[in-house]
Write a protein that binds this ligand. Sequence first.
Ligand SMILES: *Cc1c(COP(=O)(O)O)cnc(C)c1O
Length: 216
Amino acid sequence: MANIIESFNKINSNIKKLSPNRAVNIVAVSKTFSLEHIMPLINFGHQHFGENKVQEASAKWKLLKNERKDLKLHMVGKLQSNKAKSAAELFDYIHSLDNQKLADIFSKFERENDKKLKYFIQVNIGNEIQKSGVPINEIDGFYTYCTKEKNLNILGLMAIPPNDQNPKKYFKTLSDLNASLGFKELSMGMSADYEDAINLNATFVRIGSSIFGSRS
Ligand SMILES: *Cc1c(COP(=O)(O)O)cnc(C)c1O
């Protein structure tokens, strides 16, 4: 097993080199790994962790988050509406907001509870049938809906480029779209492509396997 702290530090210093003037947040995506495996990075002081399934995340993080209020949990996976309320209770950031039903549920949750979350709108940047995310030509309308009608705190856009293609042009498109909407934050880049993402203005990179090892 590779040393998690060593891997993290390597990525962190690489990011500082790539982006000396702009803060980039590393969301350490810990899906499939046990809390025991993740713990060294928590004890090291890292605060931002990502998961892609509500049930798994709840089992792993619920108790710990009550003790460690500094920890920030990011939902990066596809969200079913019937899991949205549980997600709102557990997570601090949602990177996969992509439909009105979810926006309605989150908005209602925020009104009824003393909690505001932070959101990224997921974009279907490659216009793929099987991918989640809002189509590019519907982003404007959806953003207006989320902010004006639902009072959600939208930080920026998020996307996962198509597999097996050079991600750069998709990152560029997403970055331009993000800037045109006036957002300051941008969620893009994973283990394999975070350097390109940072060069194209990402402020949140979601990194799993390069930190924790490969998932079985
Ligand atoms: C798993 C996952 C990541 C991390 O992927 P790695 O390739 O392990 O870095 C990032 N974003 C999302 C949405 C994921 O599901």
